[in-house]
Design a protein around this ligand. Structure first.
Ligand code: NAD
Ligand code: ISE
Length: 337
């Protein structure tokens, strides 16, 4: 029998994940949806054949629902994830796991008390083939001990509602997770530099920003976040080690020669750039949830990302180097990758 999934929040990404679960990955069906917008919930229900529920709590409690996807707004994630754990149901939570580090700790405590993993956090880059190749190469020692990483995260534009803090909390959070994973080290401090801002932004936004992170082993990571770069969605990552350097490949696109020039298309947005990674991420989630558990990015990874985010937001305010305030990794989460 397919895994019966309930989706909480069917806005931009929730709709996509509902379609992915219904039509792309195998072994699952979306049988329940809810959203603060009843019209949106009805539209997604009509498309997927799901039933509309009045609240996230009802989705989680339903005997029809085996597993839960949380794609509502960030501040509501903790409540739903804690609810799913209390019900003993596997839960996929889009990033962030919680906007408050104390809520992340509550989630870890609840999951550990349950006794086996139930939570997967939506850090989809770990399922991107390019990043996976980088990981294999670093783990195999092909570039020696990593010393530095140079990253860029460029979006073509962002709406008025996007704030300077979101450059870290919404955007660079992906680099924080994927670099922790690639280097297998925690991030211990953050600093944010603020270059001359682009004219192509809303006045309240500091864009671009350069984030500097230090890892527990002394490696240095720089991340350029530029969310009004205009030309496309561009994700870069180079890891420099003692004996070599490895660079994330761009997605394969044909090189077109015409009018005396050669050119390759730049991806338009995160949906296109990471579409295959999202599919792989959800197949992994369905496979594990069907066994009543979870794999991949864990509640610990969600907690670490939120703790680093807090330090970087403070660093943006003060201009200084801010240490990351983190508890030690609970034994329950050791050995997770
Ligand atoms: P959105 O505003 O388009 O959609 C969120 C939806 O959740 C809305 O329809 C809203 O009505 C609904 N909602 C909010 N609180 C609710 C609640 N308590 N119960 C039921 N419905 C509720 O936002 P989005 O862009 O789809 O983002 C959703 C989440 O996905 C965010 O946490 C965001 O950070 C994350 N996200 C991740 C990626 C990625 O690359 N992994 C990309 C985009 C968004
Ligand atoms: C968005 O929320 C994402 O998660 C995208 O992956 C990222 O590129 C974008 O900057 C965020 O706003």
């Amino acid at each position: 029998m397919p895994l019966r999934v309930g989706v909480i929040g069917v806005g931009m990404i929730g709709q996509e994940h509902a379609r992915r679960l219904s039509g792309v990955v195998t072994g699952a069906e979306v049988i329940a949806v809810t959203d603060l917008s009843a019209d949106r919930a009805k539209a997604v229900a009509a498309e997927t054949g799901a039933r509309v529920y009045d609240s996230g709590g009802e989705v989680i409690a339903s005997a029809e629902v085996d597993a839960v996807v949380v794609t509502s707004w960030g501040p509501t994630h903790a409540e739903h994830v804690l609810g799913a754990i209390a019900a003993g149901k596997p839960v996929f939570c889009e990033k962030p796991l919680a906007t408050d580090a104390a809520d992340c700790r509550r989630i870890m405590t609840a999951e550990a008390a349950h006794g086996k993993r139930l939570v997967q956090v939506g850090f989809m880059r770990r399922y991107d083939e390019g990043y996976r190749q980088l990981k294999r190469l670093v783990d195999a020692g092909r570039i020696g001990t990593p010393l530095m990483a140079h990253c860029a995260h460029r979006n073509p534009s962002v709406p008025d509602s996007y704030t300077s803090e979101m450059a870290m909390l919404d955007t660079a959070v992906h680099e924080v997770d994927v670099l922790r994973w690639l280097l297998d080290e925690e991030i211990v401090s953050a600093q944010v530099l603020t270059p001359r801002p682009t004219r192509h932004r809303f006045d309240h936004l500091q864009d671009p920003q350069i984030m500097l992170f230090e890892t527990s082993g002394g490696a240095r990571i720089d991340v350029e976040v530029f969310v009004n770069c205009r030309y496309g969605y561009d994700i870069r990552c180079e890891i420099v080690g003692e004996t070599g350097a490895a660079r994330l490949a761009d997605p394969a696109r044909p090189a077109v020669r015409r009018d005396g020039q050669e050119g390759t298309a730049v991806t338009a947005d995160w949906r296109e750039r990471f579409g295959a990674a999202f599919d792989a991420e959800f197949q992994a989630w369905v496979d594990a949830a069907s066994e009543g558990t979870a794999t991949g990015p864990s509640a610990w990874d969600g907690y670490a990302a939120t703790a680093v985010g807090d330090a970087a937001v403070e660093a943006l305010k003060t201009g200084g180097v801010v240490p990351v305030d983190m508890v030690s990794r609970p034994a329950f989460y050791t050995g997770e990758q």
